[in-house]
Design a protein around this ligand. Structure first.
Ligand SMILES: CC(C)(COP(=O)(O)OP(=O)(O)OC[C@H]1O[C@@H](n2cnc3c(N)ncnc32)[C@H](O)[C@@H]1OP(=O)(O)O)[C@@H](O)C(=O)NCCC(=O)NCCS
Length: 322
């Protein structure tokens, strides 16, 4: 049997940091409100680097960690909802910037669950036997689609990128990956696109921003997060005692806390880094996993669950043996 394994991880966040006190000068809010309602204290916000720049740095770090060269890669998958431009994709920009051979490279849009979708696709591609090493990246510059006049959303988001090199393996390191979608018909979490033309007249272009009904998204997130963890445990016949750490999408510490309560998991088993990242959408899971590994919270041989949820709606998760 052919399986896949995580051969290396990497992350990159822009140096510029916006604290809650900085946010107090932008909208009517307080450090106390943001901290107590979300767990966020500061977030990296890019001023000069676009999504492909963040993705490039995370990719170099992951390749270095895996002790591989860009020429070893057989495929690049980038999960993002904030590409530099609609096309070419960030993955294709990276193919040339990294100096890879002419390999398949494509972007995936599944919002904050995007990295789990990329992991699922890469795992199945490696299992086909046709590929040896696949670079998967979650990279976002959410702040460029954030409305800094809307205090309901602008305090939440940060920018960054995280990457894995996934390699072919003889042993099963990723025993389950689940991905789901259910259309958000009411538009609780969305960004409008370009309007259609009427009679070939180009309409005046407005700049769309991310829009969110926070309470509805909160309800959705606190339902699907524990549910996908339970499904992963059932599928792998593991119990929570077998899991060393759960690394969930960092959208709100209260969502993570509520999921822990529903599952009956001790808080120290739930990895949290949202205090200094904010919500970085598709980048959140790989940034958090990389940080957990690099700080020693997760070690080689550990079994972890990762889970995410996001616009679409989408959600999913995976069991990973490091
Ligand atoms: C957005 C979120 C933090 C709001 O927290 P909350 O405790 O539910 O707050 P509410 O929506 O009940 O709003 C309470 C009040 O705070 C106000 N408020 C909202 N943002 C604020 C801010 N930054 N500072 C101060 N007050 C704020 C609201 O206007 C509201 O005031 P009102 O009662 O006078 O109308 C929370 O709903 C959330 O995290 N939702 C999920 C978001 C998410 O995960 N999105 C990404 C998914 S991938």
């Amino acid at each position: 049997m052919i399986y896949s394994k995580v051969a290396g991880t990497g992350a990159y966040t822009p140096e510029n940091r916006v604290t809650n006190h900085d946010m107090e000068t932008i909208v009517e809010t307080t450090d106390e409100w943001i901290k107590s309602r979300t767990g966020i204290e500061s977030r990296p916000v890019t001023l000069t680097e676009n999504t492909s720049d963040l993705a490039y740095q995370a990719a170099l770090n992951a390749l270095d960690d895996a002790k591989l060269k860009a020429s070893d890669l057989d495929m690049i998958i980038v999960a993002t909802v904030t590409p530099d431009q609609p096309f070419p994709g960030v993955s294709q920009m990276l193919q040339s910037r990294l100096g890879c051979r002419a390999i398949p490279a494509f972007d995936v849009n599944a919002a904050c669950t995007g990295f789990i979708y990329a992991l699922n696709i890469a795992d199945k591609m490696l299992k086909s036997g046709d590929y040896q090493h696949i670079l998967i990246i979650g990279a976002e510059t959410l702040t460029k689609i954030t409305d800094y006049a809307d205090r309901n959303t602008c305090v939440l988001f940060g920018d960054g990128a995280g990457a894995f090199v996934l390699s072919k393996s003889d042993t099963n390191h990723i025993p389950a990956i689940l991905t789901y979608a259910k259309g958000d018909e009411k538009g609780y979490l969305k960004m409008d696109g370009y309007p259609l033309k009427k009679n070939y007249i180009t309409p005046e272009q407005t700049r769309p921003f991310l829009q969110m009904n926070g309470a509805e998204v909160f309800k959705f997130a606190t339902a699907v997060l524990p549910s996908v963890v339970k499904s992963l445990l059932e599928e792998t016949h593991l119990s929570l005692d077998d899991i060393d750490m759960i690394v969930a999408h960092q959208a709100n510490k209260r969502i993570i806390d509520k999921a822990a309560k529903t599952l009956g998991v001790q808080h120290d088993k739930m990895f949290v880094n949202i205090d200094h990242t904010g919500n970085t959408s598709a980048a959140s899971v790989p940034i958090a996993i990389d940080e957990a590994i690099k700080t020693g919270a997760l070690k080689k041989g550990d079994t972890m669950i990762t889970a995410a949820f996001g616009a679409g709606f989408t959600w999913g998760g995976a069991v990973i043996k490091l």
